[in-house]
Design a protein around this ligand. Structure first.
Ligand SMILES: Nc1nc2c(c(=O)[nH]1)N[C@H]1C(S)=C(S)[C@@H](COP(=O)(O)O)O[C@H]1N2
Ligand SMILES: [Mo]
Length: 487
């Protein structure tokens, strides 16, 4: 075994373990899997949570999240650490992809792929024979391994070449930016993001089953030989030296996982800063160019649309609501030439844009709805932001128990998308209280948490460091979500 195989094998194991642990935490935040994008509370095919949402009172998708153990999941612990779980997942994915690129590069440039990818159908009966041998608790003779026996060769080929393709293709299909830009690609999954999400989960299960069987067999079948190949790539080395390296590597992985979990839970903000520092340029660089364009038909509209974020409970908002929003004004300010104060009637008199789009919540659920409103381009054209403006901040009426108002900052460039609108209508009805009355943002390249409901004002800024905790949004400040929100 050449050294690059030894090293990439180790890195792969290291990454896959982190990917599984962080992935399970992500799943715990919405522990239901579906085959349809019209996710309801009863049409999942698999559910891990025990929570059932009541019929008689308002609940949110947030209420459905489960707490996951920090032994099995990274970081685990409280509900909404899962923003950090996502950051771990994506940062690890980058290392895993790089490892895979080196491994595949080596395999295909040297012809080593021939050791794995079968070139004759004879391998099938041979693998079957192998399987029967293992099932009868025997092992094939050592001469059958050159370097792998047929059953090993077949499974390794699947795990090294097919499973990663499944994981990568399904991962891409879950990004709102990617999904909305490449509707044809989505046809691979019947146009459904939840199919990709479910297959991504099944791929993880296959990986896990493989790991369990693989590790068991490595330990039971010619361990003396295996441990030398795993560590030094050769059998011409002492067993003691091989075992030492082997144990040291495992210890490193174990300690890394413990430290990573501990550090993430106890230094959440610093951990976010490190991970987002790695991720943001990559995510913006790759997904930031994808201009959304997918729209749906009237018949595609979901009959059920989850809610996230309760309606504001302030006297100020009650007064506006009870007055039918007659006194509500959209205040537009910040670094603009023309500050605006627009009533709902005035907004409704402006050119109307309608779109039927798919909503993706960071937690995992989805739904399709019609949105009618005013193009953000229209507001920008009237307010005339200064050249210095880089971000647009949407301030909302809802305030949490600590008195912190909801807000989110987005790039000015995202506001220019054809699908970025201020919606006062959903499914051809005035926007309901639950879904963000009187006005909410739709920016279809983003995850749901960027689409601020109950809008109070819009502020054009050069930087958002002075707002809230300075991380560019309420969710970023309080539950440490990433800022880009396009994957
Ligand atoms: N003002 C405000 N806007 C908000 C939220 C919120 O809590 N407050 N939640 C966000 C999240 S996480 C999602 S998924 C969507 C949900 O929109 P919906 O409730 O209309 O389904 O709104 C977003 N906008
Ligand atoms: Mo969300």
């Amino acid at each position: 075994m050449p050294l690059v195989i030894v090293i990439t094998h180790f890195l792969n194991m290291f990454c896959v373990l982190l990917l599984i642990r962080s992935g399970l935490h992500i799943l715990a935040d919405h522990p239901m899997l579906y085959w349809t994008d019209h996710t309801r509370r009863d049409n999942y095919w698999l559910k891990f949570g025990k929570k059932n949402m009541p019929d008689n009172k308002l609940w949110t998708a947030h209420d459905e999240a489960e707490v996951s153990s920090h032994v099995y999941t990274l970081p685990g612990g409280g509900h909404h650490e899962f923003g950090l779980a996502r950051n771990w997942h994506f940062a690890t994915a980058i290392l895993w992809l790089a490892t895979g690129a080196v491994y595949w590069g080596y395999m295909f440039t040297t012809g080593a792929w021939r050791r794995l990818v079968p070139t004759s159908w004879n391998i099938v009966p041979a693998a079957w024979h192998d399987l029967l041998t293992y099932l009868s608790f025997h092992r094939p003779p050592v001469s059958a391994f050159h370097p792998y026996d047929p059953l090993q060769q077949l499974t390794y080929a699947a795990v090294a070449f097919l499973l990663p393709v499944l994981m990568i293709t399904t991962a891409l299909a879950m990004s709102p930016a990617f999904m909305n830009r490449f509707p044809r690609y989505m046809l691979l999954f019947g146009g459904r993001r939840q199919v990709a999400r479910s297959l991504h989960f099944i791929g993880m299960v296959l990986f896990s089953v493989f790991i369990i069987i693989h590790v068991t067999l490595v330990a039971l079948v010619y361990f003396y030989r295996n441990v030398r190949l795993i560590t030094f790539g050769t059998t011409h080395v002492s067993f003691g030296a091989a075992l030492t390296v082997f144990c040291a590597a495992l210890l490193f992985v174990l300690v890394f996982n413990i430290v990573a979990t501990y550090f993430t839970l106890n230094h959440r903000v610093r951990m976010r800063k490190i991970l987002v520092g790695i991720l943001q340029p990559v995510i913006h660089g790759v997904f930031g160019r994808l201009v959304p364009r997918k729209t749906y038909k009237k018949k595609d509209i979901s009959d059920f649309f989850r809610i996230n974020g309760y309606p504001p409970e302030t006297q100020e908002f009650y007064r506006l609501r009870d007055g039918g929003y007659k006194d509500w004004r959209l205040e537009v300010g910040g670094l603009v030439e023309h500050p605006l104060s627009i009533s709902l009637d005035e907004l409704q008199a402006m050119p109307k844009k309608e779109q039927i789009t798919k909503h993706i919540c960071i937690q995992g659920w989805s739904a399709i709805g019609e949105w009618g409103g005013v193009h953000m381009r229209e507001i920008i054209a009237r307010a005339k932001p200064s050249k210095r403006v880089k971000y647009v901040v949407f301030h909302a009426y809802d305030v949490d128990a600590d008195g912190k108002p909801f807000y989110e900052a987005l790039r000015l460039s995202d506001m220019k998308d054809a699908q970025t609108i201020l919606a006062y209508e959903m499914n051809w009805q005035p926007l309901s209280l639950e879904h963000g009355a009187p006005l909410r943002l739709r920016c279809e390249r983003k995850l749901g948490y960027k689409m601020v409901k109950y809008i109070k004002s819009i502020e054009f800024v050069e930087d958002f460091k002075h707002i809230g905790a300075g991380r560019g949004g309420y969710r970023e400040d309080n539950v440490l979500f990433d800022w880009e929100a396009s994957i």
